[in-house]
Design a protein around this ligand. Structure first.
Ligand code: MSP
Length: 659
């Protein structure tokens, strides 16, 4: 039996799980299920990345020890995945003792080979990314990911001779066209390798600066660089090095596997990791699958903009399967995609409620009426029936090929061709007329042709919508069982036209995907959808159904609320941010010695000139934050809904406290 191993990035525990993490993890789950359906032994790994400066800082800010802190957020990730229907086989934490031992073994092996040396280095270090940037990589001197100024750090450290494997890596990528895919990211990595000699990778941090990490086995005064530690999770999870010589062990069975990441971490996965593996004389991974970013209405998700989408709330509201379908269908793997309530609702209503759900509902209810809910015999198919069966067969084949190439959106598009064709076939064959005419033989062939095509589609959808797929198969009288995962089962499904048994009783009704109310529709008071919140604006509550699935918040103690210093202020001046279309720069008078500069993501909603003189409510005790190069000394409160945003205001003197 062939085997398949898929991994997600291990997520940092300094942020709570959001839509971006959920997307990658859904895709990994879908890929694992797809390979199970193809009769393979499939394994999925996810987990949390828990060492490094960033975590120490976040723990300190939360008033916890690093261990307490990482246990808390890692626990949130662990609790979330099952609730989203994700069936990973293993959850790894970089603080697991077995992982630590594996990282040390990897370091030792490369050190013994002579590919790790001690040297001095000065460079631009971004704490957000936990890595050094070269001058060339910085944008106007700022980190390209965080738009913050990196710190210049110079110290003695251990280095991995990455440059030694540059030529090998380039050849490997050229010889294996889909080693990194889609192609644009392959080209990006090739460009990194063509841009001059690779700098050697600094793989240690002195304990004088950081102790929260894995000790180097050859120098106890140093801990391992967090990226080296993190990348090793993909093999430490398989028991490496212990299982290396054991053909029955996880490592021998599942390595090399393939990885799933977004474009933000292309370099560590496309350059650091394969060269580390090569230096350790280990086989490199099979594919690096790189996807784009989920934006929320074309804007990057960020806590400060308050537009972070909570995947659990979204799944609860849209339905888990429908939400998964949307994510896989909407994002062209490799490119960015935009999330909004409207885009999800439109897609779900069109593809699921109208096309697929409606097909199941009408065919099953007709079959209930015409054949007392039993599967009728196929009889003698005519040309129209053959055309539908062939279209379904070829679309199924396309779907499978595209899925293997991680082109999920195109795969689903291919599968929707027969679904739409089935609806047209129903209209053209008009079973109700055949019934009226008493043409039972033809009616039987038409209904059976439909039921068979529906079954094929239902089973193929299992990786994307496991719950709905199982329900559809059950409705069609052939529930999903272990036999569907036999090595020959997928070929059988693709090649054969008949899978159902005549006379078997099937469902007489189906309501798989209820239509969703369009969020842009005018809101009616009292009809607010339960999962949605409007930020800090009870007065806007009747518009709640138009707000985004954002900002899920757990209950807090009153004492926590009291920590907020909310003040009334007046905007003295507003102008566009010189480097960011979405941001405005404001001078706000809070009754202090001098006005505060506040950078706010409200440019899409207001002309700057219209804001001077407006009274606003400001969170006045946030630490200053640099947004695209400008320091923001507070945050303006607003209420946002589907198609608007209002600033919170209070008719009170500047500096008045809001309780
Ligand atoms: N800890 C490192 C990864 C180490 S892997 C050896 C890390 N963690 S992270 O928490 O920042 O996760 C980054 C990953 O989260 C992205 O590569 C992607 O999988 C997912 N996403 C985070 N935000 C995203 C979007 N807005 N859109 C899509 N996915 C994104 O980097």
């Amino acid at each position: 039996m062939s085997s398949y191993y898929i991994t997600t990035p291990i997520y940092y525990v300094n942020a709570r799980p959001h839509l971006g993490h959920a997307y990658t993890t859904f895709v990994a789950d879908a890929l694992k299920r797809f390979h199970l359906l193809a009769g393979e032994e499939a394994r999925m790994l996810t987990g949390t990345d828990e060492h490094g400066d960033k975590i120490v800082k976040a723990a300190a800010a939360a008033g916890q020890s690093p261990q307490e802190f990482v246990d808390g957020i890692s626990g949130e990730f662990q609790a979330l995945w099952p609730r989203l229907g994700i069936e990973h086989d293993q959850f790894i934490r970089t603080t697991d003792p077995a992982h630590k031992a594996s990282v040390q073994a990897l370091l030792q092996r490369i050190y013994d080979k002579g590919d790790i040396y001690f040297g001095e280095y000065g460079g631009h270090y971004c704490f957000g990314c936990e890595r050094f940037y070269t001058e060339k990589e910085l944008e106007n001197g700022l980190c390209p990911q965080h738009q913050t100024k990196p710190e210049y750090i110079s110290e003695k450290n251990y280095f991995f001779k990455m440059s030694r494997y540059q030529g090998w890596l380039k050849r490997h990528i050229l010889d294996h066209p889909d080693f990194i895919r889609p192609e644009r990211y392959r080209n990006e990595v090739l460009a990194m390798l063509d841009g001059g000699v690779l700098e050697d990778l600094c793989i240690s941090r002195p304990k004088t600066r950081l102790t929260w990490g894995i000790e180097l086995p050859f120098d106890r005064d140093y801990v391992c660089y967090v990226w080296f530690d993190a990348l090793a999770n993909y093999i430490s999870a398989l028991g490496w090095p212990d299982g290396e010589g054991d053909p029955g062990g996880l490592y021998a069975r599942f390595w090399p596997g393939e990885h799933l990441v977004a474009k933000d971490i292309l370099k560590p996965h496309g350059v650091f990791w394969p060269t580390i593996l090569k230096a350790a004389d280990l086989p490199v991974y099979g594919h690096l699958n790189v996807h784009g970013y989920w934006l929320v209405r074309d804007t990057k998700m960020s806590k400060s903009l308050g537009n972070v989408v909570d995947p659990l709330k979204a799944a609860e509201y849209f339905g888990l399967d429908a939400f998964r379908y949307f994510l896989l269908r909407e994002m062209h793997f490799g490119s960015d995609a935009s999330f909004s309530d409207e885009s999800v609702t439109t897609r779900i209503n069109a593809d699921l409620a109208n096309d697929l759900g409606n097909l199941f509902s009408r065919v099953l209810s007709m079959n209930g009426k015409y054949f007392d809910g039993k599967i009728p015999p196929l009889g003698n198919p005519e040309e129209d029936d053959d055309v539908l069966a062939e279209l379904t067969g070829s679309a199924a084949l396309n779907y499978v090929q595209l899925f293997r190439q991680v082109r999920f959106s195109q795969a689903l598009e291919a599968l929707w061709e027969p679904i739409r064709a089935m609806n047209k076939y129903v209209d053209a064959q008009a079973p109700w007329s055949l019934f009226k005419e008493g043409n039972t033989e033809r009616l039987s062939t038409v209904m059976r042709t439909l039921l068979e095509a529906m079954y094929k589609v239902a089973r193929l959808l299992w990786p994307v919508m496991p719950g709905a797929s199982a329900a559809m198969q059950e409705q069609l009288g052939r529930p999903l069982r272990a036999e569907a995962f036999r090595p020959d089962a997928l070929d059988d499904l693709l090649q054969c036209r008949v899978h159902l048994r005549s006379g078997v009783e099937i469902a007489r009704a189906s309501n798989l995907f209820p239509r969703l109310e369009t969020p842009a529709a005018p809101a009616r008071p009292g009809k607010a959808k339960p999962h949605k919140e409007v930020k800090a604006a009870p007065a806007q509550a009747e518009s709640a159904q138009a707000a985004d699935v954002a900002d899920a918040k757990a209950p807090i103690e009153f004492a926590d609320f009291q920590k907020l210093d909310l003040r009334v202020g007046t905007i003295l001046k507003a102008e566009r941010h010189p480097h960011a279309d979405r941001l405005l720069r404001l001078d706000v008078d809070l009754g202090e010695d001098k006005p505060r500069q506040i950078v706010s993501g409200i440019a899409a909603f207001f002309e700057p000139e219209s804001l001077a003189g407006k009274q606003v409510v400001v969170v006045a005790n946030l630490p200053p934050r640099t947004l695209r190069g400008l320091e923001s000394q507070g945050m303006i409160l607003s209420a946002e809904w589907a198609d608007g945003l209002a600033l919170l205001t209070a008719p009170a003197p500047n500096g008045a406290r809001v309780n």
